[in-house]
Each structure stands twice: as structure tokens, then as C-alpha cells.
Design a protein. Sequence first.
Length: 178
Amino acid sequence: MRIIRGKYGRRRFDVPGNISARPTTDFARENIFNVLDNMIDLEGATALDLFAGTGAISFEFLSRGCAEVTAVEKASVPYNFIRKVAQQLNATNLRLVRGDALRFVETCTATFDVIFADPPYDMPGFGEVPGAILGSKMLHPGTIVIVEHNRSHDFSGLPGFREHRAYGSVNFSIFEVE
């Protein structure tokens, strides 16, 4: 795993082979963060990384100056990997939650400036994830929501849909709360 830009930029970490997560490619991650940089100033922002996997998105948020990042991951191996990398970086502003991301969405009352969700593509109920986030209490006017998905999903009919971006086989739907 490589952190692309910011204060941790170009740092690399060896991901354990037994992590079954499908990490967002460096190419797609770099491009979606370029889009995000044009939408919001991440310096001092609060971010949520749902289905955090390797934590690459969380660490990219931290590296680019987010004041606080919450990462939610259910599986123990990726959770422990994220915790280990956070310790190595002395990233004290990472709040790591071990638990089910959808249950977190249902119960969380904190609001975030940016929410990134990368659920497993084969997860039952995958198509309901964006609506659950957009209907949650975690939003405030201006919140940006990014959902990573494959090309078989179209979320353009949901409220706040702003745009769709595709980088190779990786697709992102971007929403902005009014």
C-alpha cells in the first residue's frame, strides 16, 4: 500500500497476504483525490472511511490534512493492519472502529465533511448502501459522499448526485448534500 500525497506521501506499507479486501488502485485513488481536492479543502476536515479494508483511503485523508478520520472495518486482519500503520505514522487523529459499517451508519450521530464508502462489490444489499448513507444523520450541508462501485450500478437517481467518475474498472458516484 502506498500513500500518494501529503505529509505521509510516498510511504509504503506491506499489506498482509491474508487480507481479502479489494483495495482501491493507486491510479483510481490518486484521481478521485484530485477530484476531491477541487471540491473541498481537506485541511481541517473530518472524514469517514466505511469498509476501510487496508486503510489506504483513511491514510490518504490523514496525509492531506484532515483533522480527524474515522475508519470502520469489521474484519480483524485489516483492522489490525490499519492500527499498526496508524501507530507507525503516529496518526493520533485516526479513530478506528471495529464493527459493521452499515450498523455504524444506522447509529452514528456525528457528522462528517467527507464520507467514503467502498463496500465489497458482492455484498448482499450493495445497492442500498448509498441510500443508507444519504439518509443517515452523519450529513450536514456540504458533506461530500463518495461510493466506489463496479460499472453495473447506477446511483444517478439518488438525491444529491453530482457526478460519476470511472478509472479503469473502478467507478465512483459522488454526492453533495445541499
